[in-house]
Ligand binder design. Structure first.
Ligand SMILES: [Zn+2]
Length: 340
């Protein structure tokens, strides 16, 4: 089937009480790993690419790889999403490249670094929503600023500074109503990358209560958790066993994500865990069989390692078993939906 608008998947997830992992990609093996996992678990799929990923792959390679995935797996609905669009133009260029969903991150200014005020965020998000919905494309906005920096995007907030930029539940209703976003990314103390927390997180630093509060006020709002990799200790240990030098760190426990899913979280961004799985597999091949030099000998196991993470998350988030139930809707059909 053609790529589907992400809104279709989010609505189905809300109606059936599950969440969807959104996996970041930069190359063919990562797309293959996700699709193999989706096929095995009958899961609907969200694949996302950041500005950095689009630059690394070149849009044309990415577009054709996604078309290949849709062609090879006609029974699986796939949404293609832009992660952290920094401007109206970036979002429009993604739509031209076949993305069926875009994120406009108006919590930061166009430089992707400086926190923006609410008026700017509302204005730029609304502008993207108007243009995207006219084309049937889904839009994710962000209120509050996430911690860390990834692919050069992010304010790099940590500790007390990050806590000052959490999503304010008092503003959520106003933001969603003023902009018309389909999904809302919330800042709850998580950050991008492998170094989210210096010890297993408690409720003081991982503020799940913000999600519960927003869900109470806006029960129909599809929330998005960013920076939500679990950072599995076994993968980090394996990387370090085979020559890596990762420092101690902790991520977001899968049980906390599941608590979020019971309270309105429909999309969970997962990137770091897949990066760790890929690196662990490649390091093992290099360390155990240093005579090997065919890229397939390490990219194959890397793909397998990432697939295992994807299967695990698809099952844990509850999206497994749902692909076959979703009636495909085209972006064109969504234009009428938004016009109402
Ligand atoms: Zn993010």
């Amino acid at each position: 089937m053609p790529l589907v608008p992400m809104r279709t998947l989010l609505d189905h997830a809300a109606e059936n009480g599950y969440g969807l992992a959104a996996f970041n990609v930069n190359n063919m093996e990562q797309i293959q790993a996700i699709m193999l996992a989706a096929k095995e678990t009958d899961s609907p799929v969200i694949i996302q690419a950041s500005r950095g990923a689009r630059k690394y792959t070149n849009d044309a390679y990415l577009r054709h790889l996604m078309l290949a995935a849709a062609e090879l797996y006609p029974a699986i609905p796939i949404a293609m999403h832009l992660d952290h669009g920094n401007s109206f133009d970036t979002c429009m260029s993604a739509i031209e490249q076949n993305f069926t969903s875009v994120m406009i991150d108006g919590s930061l200014q166009e430089d992707g670094k400086s926190p923006a005020d609410l008026a700017y965020n509302v204005a730029v998000t609304k502008k993207v929503v108007d243009a995207a919905h006219a084309r049937g494309i889904t839009v994710e906005g962000e209120l509050g600023c996430l911690g860390g920096i990834e692919d050069g995007h992010g304010a790099g907030l940590t500790g007390d500074e990050a806590m000052k930029h959490l999503t304010d539940p008092n503003q959520a209703g106003e933001f969603v109503a003023a902009t018309g976003v389909d999904a809302l990314a919330v800042a709850i103390g998580t950050s991008h990358g492998a170094y989210k927390f210096s010890k297993p997180p408690t409720g003081a630093v991982l503020r799940m209560d913000v999600i519960l509060e927003i869900h109470k006020r806006l029960p129909n709002c599809h929330m998005v958790m960013h920076g939500s990799s679990a950072v599995p200790q076994d993968l980090k240990a394996k990387i370090n066993q085979f020559g890596g030098k990762l420092k101690p760190s902790w991520g977001v426990p899968v049980e906390e994500v599941q608590l979020g899913i019971r309270n309105g979280v429909r999309k969970i961004n997962v990137d770091t865990d897949n990066r760790l799985a890929i690196t662990a597999a490649i390091r093992e091949v290099f360390a155990v069989t240093p005579e090997k030099f065919d890229p397939r000998d390490y990219l194959g196991p890397a793909r397998e390692g990432m697939k295992a993470i994807c299967v695990d998350r698809m099952v844990a988030f509850g999206q497994a078993g749902h692909a076959g139930q979703i009636k495909p809707v085209t972006c064109k059909q969504m234009i009428a939906f938004y016009a109402k």
